[in-house]
Design a protein around this ligand. Structure first.
Ligand code: 13P
Ligand code: SF4
Length: 292
């Protein structure tokens, strides 16, 4: 059986080295549309595997460990969004990729950190409900001042990125005054305001490549450091606590096990309700249409 392995930029080095493609959420979704292997192994967290399944409903989509789930995505339920939406009937709903398939099915369009500003800017509505990351919503609001961006739920954030405080960053910068500061837009707004560059994981990598940066202080999950060091030679300093425990659940050994298995054990197979698949497909395709 032909198998294609996708891995997110935060995966452990051994997992990244086993992958056919490593990327940010947008690149993984774009790649997932083009795969014609019978089986796809998605090394990342739950919502990434759900997007891959949505784009490949007839292929077997497999994860190395079914417990890898995004801490931010799992805190928002579809029912809560449905109720909130009723209070704002004139607003469009933009779902960050870090949401469950059921939540995406309630939205008008999906976005990733790489295209959130572009997606929101291109919508005709002036009012946008943005779920579930309040920090990314603030980043979008700053860049799309003509619209009202309403974050939902209250205090929605990524525990790993939200834990980076301006004082942590200031301290690292004072220890490395020669470093360029790059952060992910899931960081708090005060942290983003201190950075030389803010972008998705792959946009950070591309920035280091293009600008030939020799040293960075990096405000995102530490897994990205491996790829940046390997592909650009840039020295990377990461705050020690920026580790997403769920992204680390997958290991090279677990990937090997699924690659060798003749039959994938049921919990590792990604299954979604066909109605949810068709609703999510529309929301994902709308993102591709708006950001072509
Ligand atoms: P990217 O889409 O930038 O890779 O980010 C995914 C993610 O989970 C960030 O925490
Ligand atoms: Fe989710 Fe944060 Fe982990 Fe990304 S780093 S997968 S947003 S918990």
């Amino acid at each position: 059986m032909e198998t294609f392995v996708l891995a997110h930029n935060y995966q452990r080095p051994d997992v990244q080295l086993m992958a056919d493609t490593v990327g940010d959420s947008l690149e993984l979704a774009l790649e997932a549309r083009e795969i014609d292997a019978d089986r796809i192994v998605m090394c990342g967290v739950d919502f990434m595997a759900e997007v891959v399944k949505t784009l490949n409903p007839d292929r077997e989509v497999v994860v190395p460990d079914h417990r890898a789930a995004c801490g931010m995505a799992m805190r928002l339920r579809a029912k809560e969004l449905r109720e909130f939406r009723r209070e704002h009937p004139d607003a469009a709903v933009v779902a960050y990729v870090n949401t469950s398939a059921e939540v995406k099915a309630e939205a008008d369009v999906m976005c990733t950190s790489a295209n959130a500003v572009e997606v929101v800017s291109s919508l005709p509505e002036d009012k946008i409900i943005f779920v579930p990351d309040g920090n990314l919503a603030a980043w979008v609001q700053k860049h799309v001042p003509d619209k009202e961006v309403i974050p939902f739920p209250e205090h929605g954030c990524c525990p790993t990125h939200h834990s980076l405080s301006p004082s942590d960053l200031r301290e690292l910068c004072s220890q490395h005054p020669d470093a360029t500061v790059v952060v992910h837009p899931e960081c708090p707004p005060e942290v983003c305001a201190m950075a030389d560059f803010v972008g998705s994981t792959s946009q950070i990598l591309q920035y280091c490549e293009k600008k030939d940066v020799s040293k960075i202080v990096m405000g995102t999950e530490e897994g990205l450091a491996f790829r940046i060091r390997r592909e650009t030679g840039t020295e990377v300093i990461v705050p020690g606590h920026m580790v997403c425990p769920d992204m680390k659940i997958n290991t090279g050994e677990k990937v090997e096990r699924v690659l060798e298995a003749r039959h994938t054990p049921e919990p590792l197979r990604v299954e979604l309700d066909p109605d949810i698949i068709s609703q999510v497909e529309e929301v994902v395709e709308e993102m591709f249409r708006l950001t072509r």
